[in-house]
Design a protein around this ligand. Structure first.
Ligand SMILES: N[C@@H](CCC(=O)N[C@@H](CS)C(=O)NCC(=O)O)C(=O)O
Length: 205
């Protein structure tokens, strides 16, 4: 097998590095400095036509969705570790959280970051920033209420934690971390104390 990830620190490719380390799968990781302008240059667009990160290759097969990549890695090269099967009692919860991390929350968090940080101040729309904050908070309350006394979203660590915790990381590094609940903050501390996260988040070009 010839697995290769182009990794940009702190971006969604971090989910993939984290999963690779958790699952103990060998892959070439080419780490580049994040520069949005470079992602739109022809050389990079040949790799990922959307001009976004991540981009992952398994031989000739290319995948550009971070959550799809981590599921693919476990099912194809990790004996399904850190996933759940239809026979498992928590299969529905697993699928829900795995997708919630990107499909459920990602759009709101992207808006929040765009409207509070990425866009030049004169292009920000306060009503959009407020809407994104309310919707992000709605998602965060759902996480807070669902955690209960569990250490991880399903009780035991799974790919669903990689999906959701990356988004919590993004909220924190963009200085919006004040809106996380108490249990969610403790959960974030717990997941980011894991050896695989510590190693993955320390990767720099
Ligand atoms: N749904 C995609 C989202 C990819 C995405 O938006 N990546 C961001 C970085 S975290 C990006 O490349 N941003 C650069 C840009 O939009 O110009 C995934 O989960 O892989």
């Amino acid at each position: 097998m010839s697995l290769k990830l182009i990794h940009f620190p702190m971006t969604r490719s971090l989910r993939v590095v984290w999963a690779l380390y958790e699952l103990g799968i060998d892959a070439e990781i080419e780490t580049r400095a994040f520069d949005r302008a470079k992602l739109k240059e022809p050389e990079y667009l040949k790799l990922n036509p959307l001009g976004k990160t991540p981009v992952f290759f398994d031989g000739d097969k290319r995948i550009i969705e971070s959550v799809a990549i981590i599921e693919y890695l476990s099912n194809k090269y990790g004996d399904g570790r850190l996933t759940r099967s239809p026979q498992d009692a928590d299969y529905a919860d697993y699928l829900q959280w795995l997708h919630f991390g990107e499909a459920g929350m990602g759009g709101y968090v992207n808006q929040l970051i765009g409207q509070t940080m990425l866009l030049p101040e004169d292009q920000r729309i306060p009503a959009m920033a407020q809407w994104a904050k309310v919707e992000t908070l709605n998602c965060l309350n759902f996480i807070e209420d669902s955690l209960g006394d569990k250490d991880y979203l399903l009780g035991e660590f799974s790919l669903a934690d990689i999906s959701v915790a990356y988004l919590l990381f993004l909220i924190k590094v963009t200085r919006n971390g004040g809106i996380l609940g108490e249990k969610t903050n403790a959960y974030f501390k717990r997941v980011t104390a894991r050896d695989a996260w510590v190693r993955a988040s320390a990767l720099h070009p």
